[in-house]
Design a protein around this ligand. Structure first.
Ligand SMILES: [Zn+2]
Length: 154
């Protein structure tokens, strides 16, 4: 049976693929805090080698309660939380085109409703001669942009 109300929810299968850490951490924080935490991890201005203070505090509280997850490195936390904050499904990796910022104007590679579409990257012209790069992306985000007619990028 097709229930249209459920169309926006991740499928059971995708949710099953979330790491055990991610599932338990989500339960511990609640969806709103969990999404906020993930959003900062997926946001490029997040310090690469560390967590924000409030993120460290959240992880500390969690790992006191769930000792099997205590003592993880920043990299291990990151690896276990490769999740889309909007769709709460695991991120995939793929190769996308790199455009230089002097190559004209671009449609959004992502939107607030599709924060991990990452259809392509735009970099300052002087900084790169790379043509392609590997990114994390969320297929549900890309599908959402597709529905809005935003499909370009190769
Ligand atoms: Zn998504």
């Amino acid at each position: 049976m097709c229930d249209p109300l459920n169309n926006d929810l991740p499928t059971e299968d995708l949710m099953e693929n979330l790491s055990k850490f991610a599932k338990r951490f989500r339960e511990f924080l609640g969806d709103e805090q969990f999404r906020h935490f993930i959003n900062k991890l997926n946001n490029p201005i997040t310090p690469i080698n560390g967590l924000y203070w409030w993120q460290e505090q959240a992880y500390e509280r969690f790992s006191k309660e769930e000792q099997e997850f205590a003592g993880l490195s920043m990299e291990q936390i990151r690896e276990n939380l490769l999740v889309c904050e909007e769709h709460l499904v695991p991120l995939s990796t793929g190769i996308v085109r790199v455009y230089c910022d002097n190559q004209g104007s671009f449609p959004p590679p992502k939107t607030p409703e599709a924060p991990n579409a990452n259809l392509f990257e735009v970099r300052p012209a002087k900084s790169t001669n790379t043509t392609h790069t590997r990114v994390y992306f969320c297929q549900s985000c890309r599908d959402a942009l597709d529905d809005q007619g935003i499909t370009w990028g190769d």
